[in-house]
Structures are given as C-alpha cells and as structure tokens.
Design a binder for this molecule. Structure first.
Ligand code: PLP
Length: 375
C-alpha cells in the first residue's frame, strides 16, 4: 500500500513542455517570457491589474508589508489561525502582530471584532499600519466588509490569499479591492511552481516597486546603483513555466477538490460528532483542504485517536493550524489576542484530510474506510 499524502503536487498538463521551452530558450534565470506570461495570466485570472512573481508567498508578504510602509514599532493586525509564513514577515520589519479570532460561520477573521477594535484604536490614535486577513483553507474572507473597514479607518488591507487562489465572494476573486494580495505556489498549494509566490495589486507603482525590491533594488543605470536595500526574491523563469501550465488547469483542480470535499462530507457526516468546514452563501471556497471537527462528547473517537489510526494506515492527516497567539515565539513577545477563542477550539478538535486534486477514487475510499471502520 502506498502512502496517501495530504496535498501533493499534481502535474497533469503542459508543464513539462513549457519547462522544455525554457531550456531551449536558455532563459534559466529570474527573467524571461514565461515569468512575464505567468504574471499576466494570474493577474487576468484574479482580476488584479498587476502581478509580481517571487520566490515564495512569505517573500510576497514581506514585500507587501514593506510597500505598505510597515516598520519598527507599528502594529499589524492579522488572523491568529494561520500558517507562520503569513505572520513572520511582520516581525522581519520590526512590527508587532496582533492576533484576531475567527468567526465560526466562515473560519475567517471576525469582522465584528475587527470593527470594534478599530473604533477603539481610532479614538486612542493607535490604529494599526495594516490588516492582514487570511483566506483560510481556500475560503475567502468577507473582503467586501474588510475593504469598507479599511477605507473607513484609513488602514491598508493586505490579503493573505496564499491558500485561496480561485476563491470567490459574490463571484469576485478573493482579495479584490485590497491594497495588495499575496499568493503562494508552494508544493502543497492548489497550484504549484515547486515553490513560489505572487504579489497582486491594482496600483502600477506598487508593482514596479515590488519588482525593483525583489531584484536587489537596482536603480536605472548601466552600472549597479543602489539607493535602498532590496532582496533577491524574484521567481525563476523555469518555475514560472510550471506555473503557466498549472494555472491552465486551475478550474479543474478546484472542481476536483470541491468534489473530494463533497464525497467526504456525504460519506462521513452520518457519524455523530463530525462537522465539516462551512461555506457561506456568498462564497465559493476552493476546498484547498477538506477540514472537519470532531466533537469528543458525541464521537466514538477523539481527534488524536483518529489521527493515529490514519498515520498507522499510512494516510497523512494534519491538525488545523495552531493559532499564532498560542505559539511560544509570540507568547514570548507578549503579542495580544482579540476574541473569545473559537480558533483554539478548532485547533483542539480539527483535522485536515487528504485533499489533493490528484487523489484517486480508490485512495479516497481507503481514507473513508479507514476512518469509518473505527467510528
Ligand atoms: C503557504 C502560506 C503562506 C506562505 O507561503 P510560502 O510560499 O510557503 O512562503 C502564507 N500564508 C498562508 C496562510 C499560507 O498557507
């Protein structure tokens, strides 16, 4: 029996041919036609005017925060339930993260909490420099409301859409209207470049600056001239070629992940105590990962027990993200947490199931039978 992974890369289109084209052109460099095309394709797909491809989602967020003017001593408000790559760039710039709870209705940042906190901060003149809402597990935040809050309080919104390429709210791509949005093309995301990320913005100046900062901040001169410090963050043309091929299949991958979710939900919901991640009426989640919670009072097995059973059967499952306000590194920094702690409850009871778009029916049956057999 072979191991079933959580969300492995799924290559099924023109990726190899496109990579071969790069070899033929000899543009094995962080420049070239594929890079230009990948940026254009992702921008067109998401509806943003500009895309800047970089080496990771973390790098994209670092650039985004720097371009939003985040610096030493600033606060950046963000979701507590997220991956560390969505938070560490805040600290790279010497700013302090403040962590917000999510709403159980969508598992994304609670905008009521945010509004209350913004009102209080406006009165005491302690508004954050930026807000980084996380589109969790393929689900768009309530960006319509976030954009309204950002405008009303004069705070920039930087959408961490790393997990949610293709997610929609009211048929508009997630992150639309934000100052900047970022994506990840890490190996486990819905499409991959084997590692990579992108910064999206409607502002051409932001895109130009991001491109410059990602390539060592060279000034326009025949020699190497520098007025500010930049980074070596640009995506390789070779990786971009994989991305061009992957993006062509994105809608199929979303359809398949949604189907996988629906099958798990249909076949496992009959067991008492199992609940699946909700999807509000105005959203289309990509169902990047199928997430469920297990109520220990109702279910025959706890989350840990189920996890052990799957691990023994060579099936990779994972707990949900451990909230950032519970992480030792942020506790030590004394970072604030705002909210009643819904995300703590999800962390204690939640599990992600194998969800890759390349998962076969037989593999999914094996996962379902392994779980059902013990419940
Ligand atoms: C994956 C991810 C990132 C970081 O992306 P990398 O490409 O791995 O650097 C940031 N935020 C969230 C929410 C993510 O899931």
């Amino acid at each position: 029996m072979t191991r079933i992974f959580l969300s492995p890369p799924h290559i099924s289109g023109r990726e190899r041919d496109l990579v071969d084209q790069v070899f033929e052109s000899n543009y094995l460099a962080p420049a070239g036609d594929m890079l230009v095309q990948f940026e254009r394709d992702v921008a067109d797909y998401t509806g943003f005017a500009h895309g800047v491809a970089v080496s990771s989602g973390t790098a994209a967020l670092h650039l985004a925060l720097r371009l939003a003017g985040v610096s030493q001593g600033d606060e950046v408000w963000t979701s507590s339930m997220t991956f560390i790559g969505g938070v560490s760039p805040i600290t790279y710039l010497g700013a302090t993260p403040v962590f917000f709870d999510l709403t159980p209705a969508s598992w994304t940042i609670d905008c009521d909490l945010l509004e209350e906190a913004l009102e209080a901060a406006a009165k005491s003149n302690t508004l954050p420099k930026a807000i980084v809402p996380t589109d969790l597990y393929g689900q768009a935040c309530d960006h319509a409301r976030l954009n309204e809050l950002g405008t009303r309080f004069g705070v920039l919104i930087i959408s961490d859409s790393a997990e949610a390429l293709g997610a929609m709210q009211n048929n508009v791509h997630t992150g639309s209207g934000a100052h900047i949005a970022i994506l990840s093309f890490n190996g486990n995301k819905i499409i991959t470049t084997s590692g990579g990320g992108m910064l999206l913005s409607d502002d051409g100046m932001i895109a130009d600056e991001a491109r410059k900062l990602s390539t060592q901040a060279r000034e326009k001169a025949p020699h190497y001239e520098h007025k500010v410090i930049g980074y070596n963050y640009r995506m390789s043309n070779l990786c971009a070629a994989i991305g061009v091929g992957q993006l062509e299949q994105l809608e199929d991958k979303i359809a398949r992940r949604r189907e996988i979710f629906a099958i798990y939900q249909r076949k496992l919901s009959r067991h008492p105590g199992l609940d699946f991640m909700p999807e509000p009426n105005d959203r289309r989640s990509t169902r990047w990962l199928t997430c469920l919670t297990i109520d220990p009072d109702q279910s025959a097995l706890s989350t840990e027990e189920l996890q052990e059973i799957c691990t023994e059967a060579d099936i990779e499952v994972r707990p949900l993200w451990k909230p950032m306000h519970l992480q030792p590194v942020f506790k030590e920094m004394g970072c604030r947490f705002v909210g009643p702690g819904h995300c703590e409850h999800l962390f204690e009871t939640g599990l992600c199931l194998p969800s890759g778009s390349g998962l076969t029916d037989a593999e999914q049956d094996r996962v379902i039978e392994t779980i059902s057999g013990k419940l």
